[in-house]
Design a protein around this ligand. Sequence first.
Ligand code: NAP
Ligand code: G4F
Length: 332
Amino acid sequence: MSKRAFITGVTGQDGSYLAELLLGKGYQVHGLVRRTSSISRSRIDHLHVDAHDPDARFFLHYGDLTDSSRLRDLFAEVEPEEVYNLGAQSHVRVSFDEPVFSVTVDALGALNVLEAVRHMKTPARFYQASSSEMYGKVAAVPQDENTPLHPRSPYACAKVYAHYQTLNYREAYGLFACSGILFNHESPRRGESFVTRKITRAAARIKLGLQNKLYLGNLDAKRDWGYAPDYVEAMWRMLQHPTADDYVVATGETHSVREFLEESFSHLGLKWSSHVEVDPSFERPSEVDILLGDPTKVREVLGWKPRVTFRELARIMVDADLEAARKEAAGL
Ligand code: NAP
Ligand code: G4F
């Protein structure tokens, strides 16, 4: 009998890569999807097979992180052995515009999942998608599992709440509950409004004459950028370990937005400074200036290390966006 996993946020960047990873390991994978007026599941369309197929191992269920009774019913019905809570309003800038919604989904949504797990006949192992944004106004460089938290956005405050509830449910109820404190991770499936994807997509479209300008906010911010398929592997490893714990997942290198621009545009023979303009509307009321993770623990305890370098990451993303821009230019 194959192991059953449940993923919230399965339609997102990480959820889609994690579903692929688990299906490749022989799991039966269940995902939570929101009802929307038009269906947008482009990241997981390739995984979908007819649910009536006797060999089907990938199943989608309507639900929402804010609907606690639905989560309880679903976990009772599916009885997953592992639950990965990846669902979130994940855009930091947007969380300043929609703080109540973001906190409801990212903080209370995580609590709803924890409660649903706690009430299972046999509680599943639980993974919480914590974030390096929790370090915010950083108390130390680099940041590790013991660095104090100082969140700088409604999103980060909500993630801190979910992070501590995960620890609390581990201590209070003995749940096997882990938090992965993941630093920024990107891929061709990254949402188009995050800075890396916005840059690689623009570079490709500029190369083909489909656009001329790129408007960005703070170019000096520094992030520890890794490759998303590497990072979902760390999530899985956390839930296979004999004991539950929290881990920083990062590359151990930091680069500015400006450096990412240089790497991406130069790959296409373009000069970024001829195309980029700063638009203050993309700046945040309070910024996280520098994130740099120390991945010693995840390397030593779980044997995890990143496989893709900063330069390779930019090139993978630019090449994928160039392919997409070619199709766009050809009207396909
Ligand atoms: P993403 O691409 O934005 O995906 C977010 C997912 O959450 C989508 O599937 C979305 O569904 C779903 N979702 C949003 N609101 C929901 C709700 N109310 N109920 C149920 N599902 C909901 O994010 P990601 O980059 O894959 O990140 C995955 C998780 O890791 C998030 O929790 C994020 O905060 C966290 N994280 C990400 C990074 C990073 O660098 N990527 C780093 C640290 C932590 P729709 O498709 O319907 O919108
Ligand atoms: O790509 P970003 O929007 O990612 P951010 O804010 O670091 O958050 C991402 O990583 C977190 C982990 O640390 C996750 F928890 C979170 O869910 C998300 O995945 O912005 C990166 C940097 C920021 O400093 C921002 O101010 O890029 C700067 N930036 C400059 N111009 C921009 C832009 N960011 C965006 N989104 N758009 C711009 O035009």
